[in-house]
Design a protein around this ligand. Structure first.
Ligand SMILES: Nc1ncnc2c1ncn2[C@@H]1O[C@H](COP(=O)(O)OP(=O)(O)OP(=O)(O)O)[C@@H](O)[C@H]1O
Ligand SMILES: [Mg+2]
Length: 178
């Protein structure tokens, strides 16, 4: 197996109003309350050095399903997984942001609670996706700097009669300790 799964971003959207998704209080994204996307990263140098040649995944044209192909004992196994969206190894940071995070920020700016989180095994690309290799670089910056920029752009373009309070806190769970 030469491919490696990247971060899976679980996006949970919580409606602060009463009623269900079709209710007038619902978040307006039209994507439901929870959206799960899966991103694959390209092979790294280490994997290439160990004989990896291509990612062991077949990406479906519908961009929602992926088939993982594994071989062992002369048998080829294929397992298909379906998500709200699958991002292949050529996906860009902006593409991931627009699909997986921007709708949450838009809902937050309308008063809904929202969460974006990434999980995946070590080295799978969580930090690359959430933070980016260079947060100052407009092309390669990840979800967090893009979200922050979107929030402040929205505030700047809002009516002067609306008061916003922005609070930032941070915690890291590392080795199962907060
Ligand atoms: N989409 C991508 N395109 C190119 N390189 C990537 C991509 N995603 C990850 N990488 C590279 O893969 C390596 C591992 O990624 P990253 O550090 O983001 O993993 P991680 O999931 O945060 O790991 P850890 O759990 O150890 O913190 C890094 O060198 C990163 O630059
Ligand atoms: Mg990391």
């Amino acid at each position: 197996m030469s491919g490696k799964e990247e971060a899976k971003s679980g996006i949970k959207r919580k409606n602060t109003g009463k009623g269900g998704h079709d209710d007038k209080h619902s978040a307006p994204s039209g994507q439901g309350n929870i959206c799960v996307v899966c991103r694959f990263r390209p092979l790294n140098q280490n994997e290439l050095n160990h004989g990896g040649s291509n990612v062991c995944a077949d990406f479906h044209p519908n961009k929602k399903s992926v088939t993982i192909v594994t071989e062992g004992d002369g048998v080829t196994n294929k397992n298909e997984f379906t998500f709200d969206r699958v991002f292949d190894i050529n996906s860009s940071q902006i593409e991931v942001y627009n699909q997986a995070a921007k709708p949450i920020i838009e809902s937050v700016m309308e008063g809904f609670n929202g969460t974006v989180f990434a999980y995946g095994q070590t080295g799978s690309g969580k930090t690359f996706t959430m933070q980016g290799p260079d947060i100052e670089d407009i092309e390669s910056q990840g979800i967090v700097p893009r979200m922050v920029r979107t929030v402040f752009n929205r505030i700047e373009n809002s009516s002067e009669n609306i008061e916003f309070t922005v609070k930032v806190s941070m915690m890291e769970i590392y080795m199962e300790k907060v």
